[in-house]
Design a protein around this ligand. Structure first.
Ligand code: ZN
Ligand code: ZN
Length: 450
């Protein structure tokens, strides 16, 4: 095999404050978790450690890459594989958010009016969900059942059925654990055989909130988390702490608004851009959304808070209900009654699909085409995927990239990282700021019509 002549990293996840802080503190964090954090955040989850390791390796050429070559001038670069860990790796999560938004709009949502809802719960109940993440599925169901009852009441036809997509989010202010549901629901119900749709009149949110509260209490009582006495006590509160937010109606023609909203419901409300890591002090300063209020975290505490938001392996964070449930969608597809095309497939294992979707997604996220040659503007193609450890090593050694690190080894875990620092001149600056978790500017508000 001919070895490539040149190489560069299209992005450098290692250059962010986020990465530096995780890298400096994750080992001591893992060691000290039980003593320092298990009381506040619950038992240690070994899966968290895996997620962090994978994140630290994400985009590292030594774990495999694709060779991308210009067919006109022969310019070539290596593109590192990513970790695909949602929620913790900002860059991978961002890709997932874009992919999800696209898929939802093309394959799930029908061309009917929708609304965005947020269902949240009082502070006093949030911890139960932190200690027992299975309850999050229950919370999602409570929200769906409340909405379903309401929508069905509002529509006079027989056997009306709404459709909903519910994403669980756990980020609260300053990284606190605040489980809440982001919901995209049809603003009305489907009925009859031919997918007729009746739009619902405006809902009374206070009543909806009362039903939701009742269902959450019942769920927690059934699972032995709270007592009847506690429910009685909470029921006397003037402000129950439960909340239902309802956004404006989004019409089917507002496609951009829909896609932005679809992304928004799974986007974590953590922003890398609003975090500053002070290496000397060992602290993280995090700025609130308003851009004014700051909170100062010791680095370990910041890491503990961040890790509390990592879902368990295989934990579902998005669920589909009613007309949009997997069962309903499957039935319609079987009957040929679902006109939307399943055009976005999971890229795993299929290089052709991967190649295409990867280029399209990068373009969408960064607004540049990664397959345009930086030298001659010719078309670049992925010519191979290198996954064999020996071949990876050979190529990187040949290019002098095997030993490259972008910064000196961290102080705390210096023992595990003994590579000398070498030239990093092949590395390019990142394509864009690494603010993958940025809060959206609510650009979809512009398109919303009530
Ligand atoms: Zn070229
Ligand atoms: Zn990643």
């Amino acid at each position: 095999m001919a070895l490539p002549a040149a190489s560069y990293h299209p992005r450098r996840p290692q250059d962010t404050d986020y990465y530096h802080c995780v890298e400096d503190y994750f080992e001591i964090f893992v060691q000290e978790y039980d003593d320092r954090f298990s009381r506040q955040y619950g038992f240690w989850r070994p899966y968290v450690e895996k997620v962090i390791y994978r994140y630290l390796d994400c985009g590292d050429l030594r774990h495999g890459f694709a060779r991308v070559k210009c067919k006109d001038c022969g310019h070539e670069y290596l593109l590192a594989f990513s970790c695909k860990r949602r929620h913790f790796c900002p860059s991978c999560h961002q890709k997932r958010v874009v992919e999800f938004g696209e898929w939802l709009c093309m394959d799930v949502l029908k061309k009917v009016p929708h609304r965005h809802f947020i269902f949240s719960i009082p502070k006093i109940l949030r911890r139960y969900f932190l200690y027992d993440r299975k309850l999050l599925a229950g919370l999602s169901r409570c929200a769906w059942e409340s909405l379903k009852v309401f929508m069905q009441q509002a529509v006079p036809e027989k056997a009306p059925i709404p459709g909903a997509v519910i994403a669980m989010q756990t980020f609260g202010d300053f990284l606190g654990f605040n489980p809440h549901c982001h919901i995209l629901v049809t603003d009305g119900c489907f009925y009859g055989q031919k997918g007729m749709f009746r739009v619902a009149p405006p809902l009374e949110l206070k009543k909806l909130e009362a039903i939701f509260r009742h269902k959450v209490f019942k769920m927690l009582l059934n699972r032995g988390k709270i007592t009847k006495e506690m429910i009685a006590m909470l029921s006397t509160w003037r402000h129950s702490g439960f909340n239902v937010f309802c956004g404006n109606r989004i019409l089917p023609k507002a496609q951009t608004a829909m896609e932005n909203l679809a992304r928004y419901i799974i986007r974590a409300s953590f922003s890398q851009e609003r975090m500053k890591y002070l290496e000397q002090e060992g602290t993280v300063i995090y700025t609130a959304k308003d851009g004014k209020t700051n909170k100062n975290f010791p680095a370990l505490e910041w890491l503990a808070a961040m890790c509390s938001h990592i879902p368990n392996r295989g934990e579902q964070m998005v669920r589909y209900y009613g007309y949009y449930s997997n069962v309903s969608r499957g039935k319609r597809k079987e009957a040929g009654a679902d006109d939307a095309l399943p055009s976005i497939l999971e890229p795993e294992g299929n290089a052709k699909v991967l190649r295409k979707s990867w280029a399209r997604l990068i373009q969408k996220i960064y607004e540049v085409d990664p397959l345009v040659c930086p030298h001659c503007k010719g078309t670049m193609r992925i010519i191979s995927f290198i996954e064999d450890a020996q071949v990876i090593r050979d190529i990187l050694m040949h290019l002098g990239l095997w030993l490259v690190r972008s910064r000196p080894p961290p102080k705390i875990c210096a023992a595990t990282l003994s590579e000398p620092k070498t030239s990093d001149s092949y590395a390019h600056p990142p394509l864009l700021q690494a603010d993958a978790y940025a809060d959206p500017e609510y650009s979809w508000d512009d398109y919303i019509q009530s």
